[in-house]
Design a protein around this ligand. Structure first.
Ligand code: ADP
Ligand code: MG
Length: 420
């Protein structure tokens, strides 16, 4: 079928023509469709049977332009292919952490998936101080499994190259290259920041050492093809409840530096942590929630590192570092040291990428709701200064980092300087 933009009427008719959906959405049933519309990029429809509410799916369709901006900003419809193919890999490697993909139709730029109607997007509940006790356990399992099993440590050299080729994703990668690593740190028309931190914006833009480090991190983003990334794993791409966690929206997927996804999750929790200086006036309540966030960060990294290493030891079947290579007297210790060093490098990358992402959210094209919802601009500026100072330290001091506890200590040090 040739490409045509769907609407709430045509989407129902369209779905009835899809053989793959015969079981999920029996054709004789009557369906209702609505459009969600909180996404920035694409059309997302909910379809539900009028008689059997369990018969429901989400339909996502890519438009040939960026939805928030409109037709003046063209963007490849191929993004739905990357998203769907990444979700299918999650369905295989980490099925409990992703919506089931029921169908895809790349002529129509459509994916049909499980409706996560028992889950909510993570960002807002974090602002209202909700706790998700299983989240760290879940997301660290997701990250360890997906990052290990799409890396050269698990895949053969040949399969890994095929994966890289499949996930070239040149257009969306270019967006991140520009909007994460470059434009926020120079004159660019889309940049947007609180005028009360003008001085900081100038200071960051003219900090030669900092800019060298950010540019080195960009080289990693461009060249360090370690594992299949979601590449946009902020708290708006996570849907959850107290029992389950699901990762959605991997349209930026490509093979890049492992730390990028870990950093995205951790850095979003740091932004939320910072936002509570303004959102939560009651000191005891604030400190308790902020402690919870820092513990979550600690559990995410330590859980990830532990599970990744376990997987590596148990399933070291890639071509990068075969067991036979370590088969000599003292080899076991040497291999253990090598793994430890590998994970330490990932952690240092987390610090660098996390710091860069903190800065870009303060000066670049898009902020996050946790921060933008702080109404008093003076309070917001204080929070933003904290984030910028911390981000700079995570970048500049990353080479001295060997544990997540050090990054947490740095966060607390910067927080102690704040007056609220
Ligand atoms: P975009 O790529 O346009 O940002 P998203 O994939 O983030 O689109 O989806 C936009 C919104 O649609 C999400 O914030 C969420 O509220 C809802 N949504 C997306 N996928 C699902 C799903 N599988 N189940 C339920 N709701 C979903
Ligand atoms: Mg999205």
């Amino acid at each position: 079928m040739a490409y045509k933009e769907l609407d709430t009427k045509s989407v129902v008719e369209y779905l009835k023509t899809r053989p793959a959906l015969a079981e999920v959405l029996p054709v004789n049933d009557e369906y209702e469709a609505s459009e969600i519309g909180d996404g920035n990029l694409n059309m997302v429809f909910i379809i539900q049977s009028k008689t059997v509410p369990e018969r429901t799916v989400i339909v996502k369709q890519a438009l040939p332009y960026l939805r928030v901006v409109g037709e003046s900003w063209p963007l490849t419809r191929d993004r739905i292919i990357y998203e769907t193919e990444a979700l299918k890999i999650y369905n295989e490697i980490a099925p409990e952490f992703s919506p089931i993909v029921y169908d895809n139709d790349y002529d129509m730029s459509v994916a049909v998936m499980e409706n996560l109607n028992q889950h909510e997007i993570m960002r807002k509940p974090l602002v209202s101080r909700e706790r998700f006790p299983k989240f760290a356990e879940h997301i660290s399992s997701f990250l360890a499994n997906v990052l290990f099993k799409t890396s050269d440590l698990y895949l053969s050299s040949k399969d890994k190259k095929a994966l890289q080729e499949k996930f070239m994703n040149p257009e969306l990668r270019k967006l991140q290259e520009d909007f994460v690593y470059t434009n926020p740190f120079m004159e660019a028309e889309e940049n947007n920041w609180n005028p009360l931190i003008d001085d900081l914006a100038k200071d960051v833009r003219s900090d030669g050492k900092l800019k060298q480090e950010i540019n080195k991190l960009k080289i990693d983003y461009v060249l360090k093809a370690q594992a299949l990334l979601h590449a946009d794993l902020h708290t708006g791409s996570i849907m959850l409840n107290k029992e389950e966690t699901k990762v959605i929206d991997p349209e930026f997927a490509f093979v890049g530096p492992m730390a990028y996804d870990i950093a995205a999750v951790i850095q979003n929790l740091i932004l939320n942590y910072a936002s509570h200086f303004a959102h939560t006036k009651d000191t005891a309540q604030r400190e308790s929630y902020q402690d919870y966030l820092l513990e979550t960060i600690q559990d995410i990294w330590n859980g990830f590192a532990f599970k990744f290493d376990q997987l590596w030891q148990a399933e070291n079947q890639g071509d990068l570092s075969p067991n036979s290579y370590w088969d000599f007297e003292g080899g076991e210790e040497a291999f253990a040291e090598f793994r430890k060093d590998y994970l330490q490098n990932v952690l240092q990358d987390v610090a660098g990428i996390g710091g860069t992402k903190m800065l870009r959210r303060m000066f670049g094209i898009v902020t996050v709701w946790d921060i933008s919802s702080i109404e008093d601009e003076h309070e917001r500026a204080k929070v933003e200064r904290f984030i910028v100072n911390l981000g700079r330290r995570w970048i500049m001091e990353r080479k001295s980092i060997s544990s997540i506890e050090q990054l947490i200590a740095m966060t607390k040090e910067e927080a102690a300087k704040l007056e609220f």
